[in-house]
Design a protein around this ligand. Structure first.
Ligand SMILES: Nc1nc2c(ncn2[C@@H]2O[C@H](COP(=O)(O)OP(=O)(O)OP(=O)(O)O)[C@@H](O)[C@H]2O)c(=O)[nH]1
Length: 235
């Protein structure tokens, strides 16, 4: 978490990590907008920024939704950038659970690793279940992290609790040293963006989302495309 004299609002950065098609984008947008949008572009990391009111005051949240196009390539750079990591799998996909387990192993081996939370998505598809809730809970317990199953499609309240836990954990952690400020970069992009990162027409209020190609999180390069999205987030 970071707050300074110029920007007194504390900031928390969250990376959403998981195999393809587990619902990372749907989960991120659900949390930030309370809406479920079924289909997203999937070959680019997306970076969202929004100010969220908490009981303790407002907080700037940046969330990178990491594209899992190359599942053998662990996104070290994005994880190092983050204060906290939401590891997502689908309860309907054993391979996505295996990917989540590998990711937690990678996190464990990192120095100064972000705090983590494990989420099993698509709980509404119980008839297609390949991973039991007990298995999810057991892996989370082995890593001493929080866990819940959610249905982003059905707007599970557990999702908001999971983000709240990550935000609270991050507030309690010391400031992470970073070379560049992505917030500064996004700040120059806020306003009347008109391109369509989500491939959808969405009303513009408040938050922003930008496509974020690999390598850009730690570079102060201007991202070319931008899209505002409807905000309704509060915890
Ligand atoms: N039934 C059901 N479908 C969901 C749920 N969450 C997401 N989906 C669907 O799962 C598919 C993948 O969702 P995305 O949010 O694009 O998943 P992703 O992990 O971001 O995908 P990639 O960007 O390709 O890695 C979409 O068709 C969503 O509509 C859920 O809770 N239940």
């Amino acid at each position: 978490m970071k707050a300074d004299d110029k920007n007194p609002v504390p900031r928390v950065r969250i990376a959403v990590l998981g195999n393809v098609n587990v619902g990372k984008s749907a989960l991120t947008v659900r949390y930030l907008t309370r809406r479920f949008i079924g289909e997203y572009r999937s070959n680019t990391d997306l970076l969202y920024r929004q100010t969220i009111p908490l009981e303790q005051g407002v907080i700037d949240v940046e969330i990178v939704d990491i594209s899992a196009e190359n599942e053998n390539d662990f996104p070290t750079e994005q994880i190092q950038w983050a204060d906290a990591c939401m590891v997502v799998y689908s309860i309907t996909s054993r391979s996505s659970f295996d990917y989540a387990i590998r990711s937690l192993g990678e996190l464990k081996s990192m120095q100064n690793a972000p705090s983590a939370y494990l989420v099993g998505n698509k709980a509404d598809l119980d008839h297609l279940r390949e991973v039991s809730e007990k298995e999810g809970a057991s892996i989370a317990a082995a890593h001493s992290i929080g866990f819940c199953e959610v249905s982003v499609a059905e707007n599970s309240s557990n999702l908001y609790k999971a983000f709240e836990k990550l935000l609270m954990d991050s507030r309690a952690r010391p400031v992470k040293p970073r070379k560049f400020s992505v917030s500064k970069m996004i700040g120059t992009l806020m306003g009347n963006g008109s391109s369509n990162a989500l491939g959808k027409q969405t009303p513009m209020q408040g938050g922003t989302v930008v496509p974020c190609h690999k390598g850009e999180l730690h570079k102060s390069r201007v991202v070319k495309r931008r899209q505002a999205f409807t905000t309704a987030a509060s915890l």
